[in-house]
Design a protein around this ligand. Sequence first.
Ligand code: 13P
Ligand code: SF4
Length: 380
Amino acid sequence: MSIAPPHGAATFELPPYKSLDNETLSRRIEAVRAKMGSELLILGHHYQQDEVIAHSDLRGDSYQLSKMAAESGDCRAIVFCGVHFMAETADILANQPLKLAERDGKRVTVVLPDMAAGCSMADMAEIEQVETAWEELGEWIDTEDITPVTYINSAASLKAFCGRHGGIVCTSSNAAAVLKWAFERKSRVLFFPDQHLGRNTAKAMGISLEQMPVWDPMADEFGGNTPEALKSSKVLLWRGHCSVHQMFTAAHVDLFRKQHPGIKILVHPECPMEVVDKADVRGSTGKIISEVENAPPGTKWAIGTELHLVNRLKHEHPEQEIHFLSPVVCMCATMYRINLAHLCWSLENLAAGTPVNIIRVDDDTSKWSLVALERMLAVK
Ligand code: 13P
Ligand code: SF4
């Protein structure tokens, strides 16, 4: 559980920040960066807007950003330009007991510039629903033989649940290695909250769709499954999804292949199975970027992930032909909440010693989340 409310209203004083132009905001942001120096670390997820990314010290995918937070050296504050679960993860990793001891008990303050920057997928697996599911599952199968695996896109309370029950966290870049780790220990996996990442990863490992029933937390009983389906399951998929990646369809892939012969389809594994099955390459945002960076000039791509990242790749790689794999806009509205006004406001308050929008995970939740995160960080 987070002490700061996940999507609570922050006292963001719109005037004067809202009325400032980007040039002024940028100048003031850079002034804080210069003043705080190495005490401040601004992390930016690849889905952030260009003007925000321009002020980040480090950018990365969810896995890379977790590692950066875990390794944060002499910084005293992390301003996370991303979404709520990322800032929670940064708080847990940057303030783990070993790090606190190295800093004589001084905490790193983790700030999310806008508290409304949540993740709708993470919100689809609430801890109360998860606890109920675990109890119901226990009526038909031995829960001691299930590894709970949560995608990093989840609340700290769910990561802690996984930590307490022998489970683990995964990201889009290590989901296959994490599932392998899980099956080396137990015979079943309960995968939260993204059914698509779970299905795409398990299918590529040779697990059949029949062995992957979906657990619907809104169903009347047993997640909408028969006891037989639960007993014959290998991977139970929580019914959650990313509203951004769910917009890409197999028809979009077919259309691009027809209109642009030779085009390569590159998608994020949060896309539905029908899209991933038809793609040439799938991977995390970090992998999507490296695929494009390493491709020869003239390569044609249709990319299925968040719009800001695809537009940045287009801009940075004019030597390649890059298309967005959908005729409609697929943008992460919550990532987009982080703008220069919120960044400037949170930074100036931090520099003034009156930090706002602090993300602080309570000690017990941190302790158990860390168990699940460390298991992930140890998986090769
Ligand atoms: P990655 O950056 O790990 O690929 O995750 C994408 C995403 O949806 C972040 O919320
Ligand atoms: Fe959540 Fe999807 Fe946005 Fe990622 S892109 S933060 S999964 S809603």
